[in-house]
Write a protein that binds this ligand. Structure first.
Ligand SMILES: [Ca+2]
Ligand SMILES: [Ca+2]
Ligand SMILES: [Ca+2]
Ligand SMILES: [Ca+2]
Length: 238
């Protein structure tokens, strides 16, 4: 009798000495592999995996699609077949064979707005509509202008990593003012591209002019009282 053929997957990310019943495939783009839960974001991947572990007894794991893409064991020798779907299919084969995985949740962004569809469902935007979320990059962190009530206008400025929701003001059609630090002053304008908002540094000229005039009057009054200056007519009378 010869050695029985190995049923494991050759290479790949899954170690056959591990075993996971439930695997989530997601992306690290925009911090969408992890986010803070809150009153309106009731779960994230960690809490979902904990729930399945507790309630269903499933051993869970999370895999980044970026790791799947960079694993050359999943690449097809024929470039034509070496696409995203093919690499994910290869990973699934690997997981079934080496981890004996029963469930794979392929999380993603089906509407292509760069905003995780699972978060869209929780935050109120439409996970099948691309135009309701606009992704912008500020200092390397992806933020989103989100239309929560489907009226075609963005309502909040959102950071998935900190779960910060900042005010937006629609200045005119498709132009927004954004207060990113919540100090009551607009920091950015967005009209298709993001720009620093100079109006937040506006000098209150009218207030400044009134103050300057008042200071000049007070100084003149003091100098007059001290006799340092006097009116010409008074000296002439003497
Ligand atoms: Ca989406
Ligand atoms: Ca959407
Ligand atoms: Ca809206
Ligand atoms: Ca501000």
């Amino acid at each position: 009798m010869g050695t029985p053929p190995s049923l494991g997957y050759s290479g790949g990310l899954c170690d056959p000495t591990d075993s996971y019943d439930y695997v989530i495939i997601t992306t690290s783009a925009g911090g969408l592999n992890d986010w803070l839960t809150s009153g309106s974001l009731l779960y994230n991947w960690t809490s979902l995996m904990n729930k399945h572990a507790l309630e269903d007894g499933l051993n869970c794991n999370l895999i980044l699609v970026e790791d799947i893409f960079s694993c050359s064991d999943y690449w097809n020798e024929t470039a034509l077949f070496n696409d995203t779907a093919a690499k994910i299919r290869e990973f699934c084969k690997d997981a079934y064979q080496d981890w004996v995985t029963s469930y794979i949740l392929i999380s993603g962004d089906d509407d292509g707005d760069r905003f995780e569809d699972e978060i869209e469902k929780q935050i109120g935007s439409n996970s099948t509509k691309k135009s309701d979320v606009i992704a912008v990059n500020i200092d390397g962190i992806t933020h989103y202008l989100i239309d929560q009530d489907a009226d075609g206008k963005s309502d909040i400025f959102y950071n998935t990593i900190s779960d910060d929701r900042k005010p937006l003001k629609a200045e005119k059609s498709n132009t927004y003012l954004i207060d990113i630090n919540g100090d009551g002053k607009w920091d950015y304008t967005y009209d298709g591209t993001l720009a620093n908002c100079e109006s937040s540094f506006d000098i209150p000229w009218s207030y400044l002019m009134v103050t300057i005039v008042l200071v000049i009057i007070i100084v003149l009054f003091i100098l007059f009282k001290l006799g340092i200056i006097y009116v010409y007519e008074k000296e002439y009378e003497n």
